[in-house]
Design a protein around this ligand. Structure first.
Ligand code: NAD
Length: 343
């Protein structure tokens, strides 16, 4: 993967960063945000929708908060820089809010919450995808929201908690994975123009051949927001905070000129040490978590898990067994490699 990004014009450091992020997403079980994205990223790069070699530029610096512009740089570069700034400032002030706009696709948001947790911080991330309305609001049929992910990381001793999900019933990448013959979608994941629920990726992408890039512009249906009116409300908040407040824009239609997508992210970093409650927070938080997890499971072979556990378990299994990829995904990556001249 690194060689593909390097051949396409990323310097070695960025090529490695993007490749590592994607493989890490596969390792944690989020194949939707893994190497299946390589052909699309290269396609976006060639179209000028995402740019190699960019750095986040500071638009406003308020000390305890900052607004950054990613100028369509690779999201894995821009978001990493934004998180580094947030961590550094929260260590200084006890809290920091970082608004990022115009980042290329930042991938799996949990990665950024995990970085903050490793630094001993709580992190809350509201994210939207400007230029990518794919999700119908509660009670509606037409696309209005992006898949607008939300993530929270909490540093508890030995068992950090990382909640990270799209506010759509499934992440768009999961529709992609299903379209390539991977894990099928839940039966009510999508909604077609006539208001019926569906699991058929063609509702979102229209007709496609095995080698075709999946383009939501070709489809007429939508993904459904998760959690009925509550999930739909959270999606709206992600759009308002990560899209409107950051200045990155909402998921709505632009002026009809294709521009690809960008991520906006509003992140809040909190340092329990500065709050003076770190010890108590860890003691009470950890014992409370243990109590939650001790709830008698419905299925005795399947214990109650904390957010973040599935990812850790999958990482351990995949580091041993490898990452399974559907043949179509691998074939698409090989074609992309050949197209950019990577060996
Ligand atoms: P998902 O539905 O798999 O939910 C994942 C969350 O649920 C994790 O916190 C996980 O630990 C938790 N979880 C899963 N099973 C659990 C269980 N049995 N008990 C307790 N907790 C459990 O995630 P998703 O909505 O498909 O999102 C996948 C990824 O897509 C996320 O990493 C998200 O950040 C990413 N995403 C990114 C963008 C973007 O524009 N960059 C957009 C949408 C989604």
């Amino acid at each position: 993967m690194r060689e593909i990004f390097a051949a396409a014009g990323c310097d070695d450091e960025e090529a490695a960063r993007v490749a590592e992020h994607l493989v890490e997403a596969n390792l944690t079980g989020h194949d939707s945000h893994g190497v299946v994205r390589v052909p699309l990223y290269i396609d976006w790069m060639r179209a000028g929708f995402v740019r190699a070699g960019q750095s986040a530029r500071v638009v406003t610096d308020g000390g305890a908060f900052a607004v950054l512009d990613g100028h369509r740089g690779f999201g894995q570069t821009i978001a990493v820089q934004a998180v580094e700034l947030g961590i550094e400032r929260a260590r200084q002030h006890g809290t920091c809010i970082v608004a990022v706009r115009n980042a290329g696709h930042i991938g799996r948001v949990g990665t950024y919450a995990e970085a903050a947790v490793r630094a001993g911080l709580v992190a809350i991330h509201f994210v939207n995808v400007a230029g990518s309305a794919l999700v119908a609001p509660f009670g509606g049929i037409e696309r209005r929201f992006s898949t607008a992910p939300f993530a929270v990381g909490v540093p508890l001793p030995e068992r950090p908690v990382v909640l990270d999900f799209a506010t759509s019933l499934v992440a768009e990448g999961k529709v992609q994975v299903a379209s390539y013959g991977g894990k099928p979608l839940p039966p009510d994941a999508l909604i077609s123009q006539d208001g019926r629920t569906s699991a058929d990726p063609r509702v979102l992408y229209g007709e496609y051949g095995p080698a075709d890039l999946r383009r939501p512009d070709n489809g007429t249906g939508a993904i459904r927001a998760f959690g009925e009116h509550k999930g739909s409300g959270l999606a709206l908040m992600c759009e308002l905070l990560a899209g409107a407040l950051t200045g990155g824009g909402g998921s709505g239609p632009s002026d009809g000129v294709p521009r690809g997508i960008t991520n906006g992210m509003l992140s809040v970093y909190l340092s329990p040490s500065h709050f003076g409650t770190r010890e108590e927070f860890e003691r009470v938080g950890r014992s409370y978590l243990d109590w939650v997890l001790s709830s008698r499971p419905i299925d005795p072979t399947s214990p109650v898990l904390a957010p973040g556990d599935v990812e850790q378990l999958t990482r351990a299994a995949r580091l041993t067994d490898g990452i399974p990829l559907p043949p179509d995904t691998w074939a698409a990556i090989r074609r992309t490699a050949a197209a950019v001249g990577a060996p």
